[in-house]
Design a protein around this ligand. Structure first.
Ligand code: PMP
Ligand code: GLN
Length: 380
């Protein structure tokens, strides 16, 4: 059989590679982003109850209605956004799927999509599988801000969308009000869509407010805003999220969704609809994760890594120029093998492998996990 690959340049995602290495070398895994502490037992009990109550058949295609209603209430509370649960929300199997479906709904061959590198690794393959072209612009090192003049210059008649991601994976940078204003100026009067990846909306530190697209009606009218319950409730393995978009955009999104997934796991949706009423569970998240970030930075100050800033997500990057001159992939592999600590080399988030000699660490871990990792890094 001859198969002509639609993604000839795509290999195995760095998350799988590094987690595989971590297992092989019995390393502390600060690579792939997932918590190693238990999620809420109250929430798992709600899923159990939903299953026992026979909520085990297909949910409606856009999602379990009480969940969509709870999401609409939440975004009104947090962002003053008026979102219609019947027409503007679709529950999806994760945030990655929401981003893929949005891109698939809008892209035609030859379209261009502007995104910022380092970029979450699904964006470019999602663009290319739709026959479109990724226009990757660098975030400005070392604080990884967006150069909006460069964005303006990159706009062409073929620009179909811009992907933003705040709080940002892998760098922990966040967008401010000025960024949203710059984005508005660029897209105003154009047919450019926005895909806003906001899966880390609650993981934002230092008192900085999350600049959701949902706060800006004139941006929301052209946007697909993507979220993930996995990040909010420490259950990345649940693969459940949602997309919010205006009705005309959601209509096209639904055309993709209905023949790819149709509907998501019903008992989990029923449980989340109830659990979302407990506002403290998501409102307390930023201080919970900020403590972990601060603890990790304090521990790492005893090593020869130089920490960069992180104001959000559950990641922080660090330079290792005082330890080694190796490329980041080689260094990350050696670190996993010899020091038994797995990380993610940030060059993996660049199409051309740009290497600023920076590693990404995930600090969404138990205290003892972070301590154990740093104990091993101190000797370097
Ligand atoms: N976007 C970013 C930037 C992420 O880090 C993640 C986490 N994997 C996602 C989207 C999607 O998460 P999921 O598909 O697991 O809900
Ligand atoms: N979002 C997670 C990370 O950046 C993992 C995603 C994945 O494994 N596909 O580490």
């Amino acid at each position: 059989m001859q198969l002509i690959s639609k993604l000839p340049h795509v290999g195995t995602t760095i998350f799988t590679v590094m987690s595989g290495l971590a297992t092989r070398h019995n390393a502390v895994n600060l690579g792939q982003g997932f918590p190693d502490y238990p999620m809420s037992h109250e929430l798992t009990a709600l899923v159990d109850r939903a299953m026992k109550n026979n909520l085990n058949q297909y949910a409606p295609m856009p999602g379990w209605l009480p969940l969509r209603e709870a999401i609409a209430e939440k975004v009104e509370l947090l962002y003053r956004a008026k979102v219609n649960p019947d027409t503007d929300i679709t529950v999806t199997p994760g945030g990655t799927y929401a981003i893929y479906s949005a891109l698939t709904a809008i892209l035609h061959p030859g379209d261009e999509v502007i995104l910022f590198e380092p970029a979450y690794d699904s964006y470019i393959p999602n663009i290319e599988i739709n026959g479109a072209k990724a226009i990757a612009l660098p975030l400005v090192y070392p604080d990884y801000h967006i150069d909006w003049e460069a964005v303006q210059k990159a706009i062409t008649p073929r620009t179909r969308a811009i992907i933003i991601n705040s709080p940002h994976n892998p760098t922990g940078s966040v967008l401010g009000e000025k960024d949203m204003e710059a984005l508005r100026k660029i897209v105003e009067g154009t047919n450019i869509f926005i895909i806003s990846d906001e899966v880390y909306e609650h993981l934002i530190f230092d008192g900085i407010p999350h600049q959701s697209i949902l706060r800006y009606p004139y941006l929301l009218e052209r946007s697909f805003v993507c979220f993930s319950f996995g990040k909010v409730y420490h259950c990345t393995g649940w693969k459940l999220g949602y997309c919010i978009a205006p009705p005309e955009l959601m209509k096209e999104f639904t055309k993709v969704h209905q023949f790819n997934c149709f509907s998501c796991h019903t008992p989990t949706q029923a449980a989340l609809a109830e659990f979302l009423q407990k506002k403290d569970a998501y409102l307390s998240l930023s201080s919970f994760m900020q403590e972990k970030r601060d603890r990790f930075i304090r521990l790492m100050s005893a090593t020869r890594f130089d920490m960069l800033e992180s104001h959000g997500s559950y990641f922080i990057c660090a330079r290792y120029s005082r330890i080694s001159e190796e490329g980041d992939k080689d260094f990350a592999i050696r670190l996993t093998r010899d020091a038994a600590v797995a990380t993610i080399p940030v060059s993996a988030f660049y199409q051309d492998g740009k290497d600023d000699k920076v590693l990404r660490f995930c600090f969404a871990k138990k205290e003892e996990t972070l301590e154990k990792a740093v104990e091993k890094l101190i000797s370097l």
